[in-house]
Design a binder for this molecule. Structure first.
Ligand code: 8IG
Length: 269
């Protein structure tokens, strides 16, 4: 069957069935997508009981970006919850289509997850956010000109980024700021003019992921939590040009702090 005729929800159910078969775990509780800089966080969440190559599940592809790992893990938390960690996401800029971008989210939903935790590395528009600062996502601007939903699928996105889960995060760390995340398509970073535009329409963070996944997660009935790692000041705000090396470096430096933060938040969900 070709991509057009294949039902993306059936493909997600197939992937969830393969996951259950490979792990022996029928149902997971919380799903976690680890973006740039967040890779180590899984270690602190609990005991990894199963690790598998995402590419062995129907509909998943190998990751395209250095620093992203294509591993799916099942973790047992101290509280006895099952966390499904999606170690790599498919980005819209890879050109594999929006269905592929949100396949991990739909697989997690089909695997029983009721909470979707989305993390990313992004550019910051607030000069007070030094590289390495985690920021809670309070809302988003979807600037991709597309949607993961097809047909007359009208989904309410009020409180998309759960205020309940943001409050839990601030209990863990009261110093956490919040911001509106703008998803651009990338893969180029913004021009300084685009960053000024993003600021004027209400963005605090600019990135290339998360919004489409959050929409798919809400459509699937999941509660969504999003947190960004500001790995660089957005173009034109920073006096120096952006580089992917800088992004990786900021992520590595912030790793221990944000890993602990994320593990504590996931532990309370
Ligand atoms: I990491 O400055 C990272 N990802 N669009 N802009 C966009 N995506 C990003 C940026 C950034 N930094």
């Amino acid at each position: 069957m070709n991509e057009i005729n294949e039902d993306p929800f059936q493909l997600a159910r197939d992937a969830a069935a393969a996951l259950a078969e490979q792990t022996g775990i029928e149902s997971h509780d919380t799903a976690l997508v680890l973006g740039s800089g967040w890779g180590e966080a899984a270690e602190l969440i609990g005991e990894t009981t199963h690790t598998l190559d995402a590419a062995t599940l129907p509909g998943f592809h190998s990751p395209a970006v250095v620093g992203h790992t294509g591993t799916i893990r099942s973790i047992l938390t101290p509280a006895g919850k099952r966390v499904l960690v999606l170690g790599a996401r498919t980005h819209y800029y890879e050109g594999k289509g929006v269905r592929t971008v949100v396949h991990g989210v739909r697989t997690a939903a089909a695997a029983g997850c009721t909470t979707m935790v989305l993390t990313n590395g992004c550019g910051g528009l607030n000069e007070a956010w030094a590289p390495g600062t985690p920021v809670l996502i309070s809302d988003h601007l979807n600037l991709t000109a597309t949607s993961p939903l097809e047909g007359a699928t009208f989904v309410d996105l009020t409180d998309l980024y759960s205020s309940r889960l943001r409050a839990i995060a601030r209990e863990v760390d009261p110093s956490l700021d919040e911001g509106v995340y703008a998803q651009f398509t990338g893969p180029h970073y913004e021009t300084p003019a685009e960053v000024r535009y993003a600021r004027r329409i209400g963005a605090d963070l600019v990135g290339m992921s998360t919004a489409l996944e959050a929409i798919a997660a809400r459509h699937a009935g999941m509660e969504v939590f999003g947190v960004s790692l500001v790995t660089n000041l957005a173009a034109g705000i920073s006096p120096v040009p952006l580089s992917h090396a800088e992004v990786i470096e900021a992520g590595q430096a912030a790793g221990p702090r944000i890993s602990k933060l994320l593990a504590e938040i996931v532990g309370r969900i």
